[in-house]
Design a protein around this ligand. Structure first.
Ligand code: AMO
Length: 383
């Protein structure tokens, strides 16, 4: 029989305190877990303060802001921790799928002199006596590595966007999985590799989580169908506005996702053949001389959310500098980048995939913020 003094101690000890207990474990019919611990010594290591700002074992849920304000306590819940277990398995799966295909994992600078994804979402940084920016994407560096002859690289790293919109799918710090490949014949080479990598990663993830009886195993799709390639014009017809040449908004993307799944039985789909007028990415995108109205750029959607975007790049330095000037950039501001094109550059292309977005869609949770340990958004810089 246990010492009644222990009962008094445990009755008084606040929840979430940390204790060290020595004792005997015995089978017990009465306990949920089938065993009971009979202490012979108890040491309180740290007493929790009261009251808890957020219940850890309570059945009643708190709203997301309260949960994120007290994130350490929130992360103690097994259902929340499970998101990060899934995330870790997905990341390990991607690393393996890329490495098995001869891609070299790289790390590029996150403090940059210049951005390439549009000035509106750049975060300026005071860098000693100069102005720098947080990287929005490893875009220019992954291309420079094609100039270095690396041929196939990938990077999994933070990307920063001063994203003022307060939506469920935008955060200001996200994890970007970027890849770049040389000697491509066109965008289909990129799409085929991206499709393979996703299929392999999710198949492995599903198998591993199913074996562990993990709560998110059931939500991982079995990718039996090929990912359809849906031309921009077809998607416009689905939306009832053929030929409008207008980029898709959030609601449009949802409609496209539902229709793609219905027609092709695939939760993933490529949107291809974007008109140049709609999606001419900044200067680094390859210009399609054979059909200047169409870019080689594509998006990858998953359950109606854009999770990746990419395409072939401009590898001809004269065209690249023309595009820079036409886009209001000064080639003199990019000496290191341009040098990579001056001494032999292979045709190349790649894509960026939002890790938070794919994990978000795999969990089916309402808000992308839940997929990051300590998310950052327009209003949140703490904890
Ligand atoms: P893009 O700007 O389309 O392309 O970004 C690529 C992918 O990154 C994710 N993403 C985000 N996720 C969460 N919050 C955000 N604010 C956010 N912004 C972007 C999305 C998106 O599909 N350099 C190109 C890629 C390339 O061509 O290689 C680029 O950055 O999942």
């Amino acid at each position: 029989m246990a010492d009644p003094a222990w009962f008094a101690l445990f009755a008084e000890l606040p929840r979430e305190s940390v204790v060290e207990v020595e004792g005997t474990v015995r089978r017990s019919e009465k306990s949920n877990r089938g065993v009971e611990l009979f202490p012979s010594a108890v040491r309180v290591i740290t007493r929790s303060e009261v009251p808890l700002p957020l219940g850890v074992v309570d059945k009643v849920g708190a709203d997301l802001d309260t949960r994120l304000d007290h994130r350490v306590l929130d992360l103690r819940k097994p259902a929340v921790r499970a998101i990060f277990e899934l995330r870790a398995v997905v990341l390990a799966g991607f690393r393996r799928a890329f490495t098995d295909r001869g891609f070299l994992e790289v790390e590029t600078p996150k403090l940059l002199r210049q951005g390439a994804e549009g000035g509106a979402t750049l975060f300026p940084v005071q860098y000693f006596d100069q102005r720098a920016f947080l990287a929005q994407s490893p875009q220019l560096y992954k291309q420079m590595l094609m100039g270095a002859g690396f041929e196939r690289v990938f990077e999994i790293a933070p990307a920063f966007r001063a994203e003022p919109s307060d939506t469920v799918r935008h955060i200001t710090e996200f994890t970007s999985l970027d890849a770049e490949m040389a000697y491509i014949d066109g965008p289909e080479d990129l799409r085929a590799t991206l499709e393979e990598v996703i299929r392999e990663t999710l198949t492995r993830t599903k198998a591993e989580l199913t074996e562990k009886d993990h709560p998110f195993a059931g939500g991982i799709p079995e990718l039996t169908a090929p990912f359809p390639r849906i031309p921009f014009e077809t998607a416009e017809e689905w939306l009832g506005r053929p030929g409008a040449e207008q980029d898709f908004g959030t609601e449009d993307e949802k409609v496209i996702g539902v229709r793609a799944e219905k027609e092709y039985g695939s939760p993933f789909y490529f949107l291809v053949d974007y008109p140049t007028a709609v999606k001419l990415h900044t200067f680094y995108a390859w210009r399609n001389d054979a059909n200047p109205r169409k870019t080689g750029y594509f998006d990858l959607g998953f359950h109606g959310i854009e999770i990746a975007s990419g395409g072939p790049r401009e590898h001809r330095i004269d065209r690249l500098t023309e595009n820079m000037t036409a886009g209001g950039f000064d080639p003199k501001d990019f000496p290191g980048y341009l040098e990579a094109f001056r001494f032999g550059m292979a045709p190349h292309g790649g894509w960026g995939l939002g890790i938070d977005r794919i994990v978000w869609m795999l969990t089916g949770l309402p808000n992308i913020r839940e997929t990051r340990l300590f998310p950052r958004d327009r209003y949140r810089l703490d904890p």
